[in-house]
Ligand binder design. Structure first.
Ligand code: EAX
Length: 328
């Protein structure tokens, strides 16, 4: 009897309280490796806000703070469609699609104007399209920012000072080769890495200023060198099959919301950069703002000749990017 009553109550609820026609929202699982306040999260939260305010069909659930594992692991989950979308640093993509390493090519971009015109222009769109080969729908580029070196051993002014530093690099083929050429001893690891720095398993790491601040790396790294060696993008993606299964107008809406979120987030990053640097100095980091970049460029000048740039797709795409930057 009790059971029957419960059933009746539930049915009543379903029929009368829950308005007919208002179906449950489709949940979009979106993964970022970083914690709230981070560049990836700023983009993710903006995307959620925009999409949910423009459509009542979707609810975006943001999985953050490494709850889905490293960026490499999130990418695998997006490929398997157990996660639908992600805002992921370009670095680890090159294990999935070697062509992506052209974005992270050392000293490619000199400033944000070049970044915007190349990534929002034809070369960037070409790259987003190529992601379909490995099951990703490339929607937009937000950004991690220009990467800088920190370490706990010594001030680094020239590339020679890098020699022998045990440096954590992203799980990226390019980044490992890059730091090997610079004379360091690179170990690829997923994010985060505070404990490894604290315990001294590694001496050094490289990341944009917001990361060094937000993850309190100044507590465990004494020296900061503004190397700008790589511009690190985020690629904002969805599982290709899942995305294509949505109604056309929803695909367009999701794409527009992500593009808008990405542009908002790039502004956020750029507007806050000077402030992050100021805070890092106040926190006691010893900063070399004008390292001898010539010596760094010299060591990596032949990186194009490495086998990692010989794959057909990479070989075709790199000149397009190099040329586009020159024209800016
Ligand atoms: O944003 O792993 C890294 O170094 C990345 O920059 C990470 O996403 C932090």
């Amino acid at each position: 009897m009790r059971k029957l009553l419960t059933t009746i109550t539930l049915l009543t609820f379903a029929l009368f309280i829950h308005p007919i026609g208002a179906h449950a929202k489709t949940i979009i699982k979106l993964g970022v490796v970083t914690k709230p306040g981070s560049a990836q999260n700023v983009c993710a939260e903006k995307f959620k806000e925009l999409l949910e305010s423009r459509s009542d069909k979707y609810e975006v659930k943001i999985y953050h703070s490494a709850s889905l594992g490293t960026e490499t692991e999130i990418l695998q989950q997006i490929q398997m469609n157990t996660v639908h979308m992600g805002i992921i640093t370009s670095g680890p993509f090159d294990v999935f699609l070697p062509e992506v390493r052209v974005i992270d090519y050392p000293f490619l971009f000199a400033n944000y104007e070049q970044v915007d015109s190349v990534l929002d222009g034809k070369p960037g769109q070409l790259l987003l399209k190529k992601l379909e080969k490995v099951g990703f729908k490339g929607l937009a580029f937000s950004e991690n920012g220009f990467r800088h070196l920190t370490n706990n051993k010594r001030p680094v002014h020239t590339a020679d000072d890098v020699k022998g530093l045990k440096i954590r690099v992203m799980e990226s083929v390019l980044h490992k080769e890059l730091w090997r050429l610079l004379g360091a001893n690179p170990t690829p690891m997923g994010w985060p890495i505070y404990t490894e720095l604290q315990q001294g398993t590694i001496d050094a790491q490289e990341n944009p200023l917001w990361v060094i601040w937000t993850y309190k790396l100044y507590e465990v790294q004494k020296y900061l060198t503004l190397t700008h060696h790589v511009y690190s993008a985020h690629i904002d993606i969805a599982n290709l099959k899942w995305f294509n299964s949505l109604p056309k107008e929803d695909q367009q809406l999701i794409k527009n919301c992500m593009l808008e979120a990405a542009h908002y987030q790039r502004r956020w990053n750029r507007e806050n950069e000077a402030n992050f640097l100021k805070k890092l100095k106040e926190a006691g980091m010893i900063v070399d703002e004008h390292p001898e970049l010539k010596s760094f460029r010299e060591k990596v000048k032949d990186i194009q000749k490495l086998s990692i740039f010989q794959a057909k797709g990479v070989k075709e795409l790199l000149p397009i990017f190099l040329e586009a930057v020159k024209q800016q």
